[in-house]
Write a protein that binds this ligand. Structure first.
Ligand code: FPP
Length: 229
């Protein structure tokens, strides 16, 4: 099955990209190589997602808890981020991709913040959104949104949702986690309220565009009731 009918089409898919470390360990390679291959998987996915009918793909790249990893690994991840933005930005622009960052990304290193600001500006006209979660924690995002809603005296679900980092994105349809772990790890907790969940055993570096297409086909078969019957 390829393109889905409008009713069952997923517009917004989010992925918890997990398993880079285990992918490397299985091959007796350094974790850094696993992360490198993880970036390659991201690149291949972004290159091929155009024909899958999505409006938005959201990727969990660095959580606010990932700072607890050894300094060397955090440095590796930040350097991969720098390289990725530099090398892939022209492709985003050429392919009509709008980059969006969710999370407390202003807290990253100043040079990365500057690169991201430039990338956001250069891609602002794109029509397919690639949202990357950086220094992201869902509870923190909800607390920030609730504080803004309280400041205007309107603490309703609608007002909180309107102040989430994802306020301008379509509702989340499908959340995928790779590597066999079955938990949300502080990712899109609010947005997942009615999302379908898919947990796959594939380690992130092995996750190919065909795996995403398979997940979308699986999604199209599910009956969503949003609390009704
Ligand atoms: C999980 O693997 C993955 C991460 C910590 C973050 C994902 C990061 C990337 C794919 C690279 C950076 C992305 C971009 C967009 C530049 P893990 O180390 O937790 O794996 P493990 O659970 O097997 O140890």
């Amino acid at each position: 099955m390829g393109k889905q009918s409008e009713a069952s089409r997923a517009r917004h898919v989010a992925i918890i990209m997990d398993g880079n470390g285990r992918w490397a360990k299985k091959r007796a390679l350094p974790r850094a190589i696993g992360h490198q291959r993880g970036v390659e998987a991201v690149r291949e996915l972004v290159r091929n997602v155009g024909g899958m009918g999505l409006d938005c793909l959201t990727l969990y790249a660095f959580s606010s808890e990932n700072w607890k990893r050894p300094d060397e690994e955090v440095d590796d991840l930040m350097n991969l981020m720098r390289k990725f933005i530099k090398s892939d930005l022209p492709e985003f622009v050429a392919n009509d991709v709008r980059l969006k960052i969710i999370g407390d990304w202003q807290g990253l290193a100043p040079d990365i913040v500057a690169m991201l600001e430039d990338a956001l500006e250069q891609t602002s006209g794109g029509s397919n959104t690639l949202a990357v979660a950086l220094n992201y924690g869902s509870q923190n995002e909800i607390a920030r949104a609730a504080a803004k809603a309280a400041a205007i005296g309107d603490v309703t679900p609608e007002a909180i949702a309107a102040h989430l980092d994802t306020a301008d994105l379509p509702p989340l349809d499908l959340l995928i986690r790779t590597s066999g772990e079955v938990r949300l790890s502080n990712f899109l907790l609010w947005q997942s309220a009615y999302a379908e969940m898919l947990f796959v055993d594939t380690l992130w570096p092995d996750f190919k565009p065909a795996h995403l297409q398979e997940a979308l086909d699986n999604f199209a078969q599910r009956e969503r009731r949003f609390g009704g019957r």
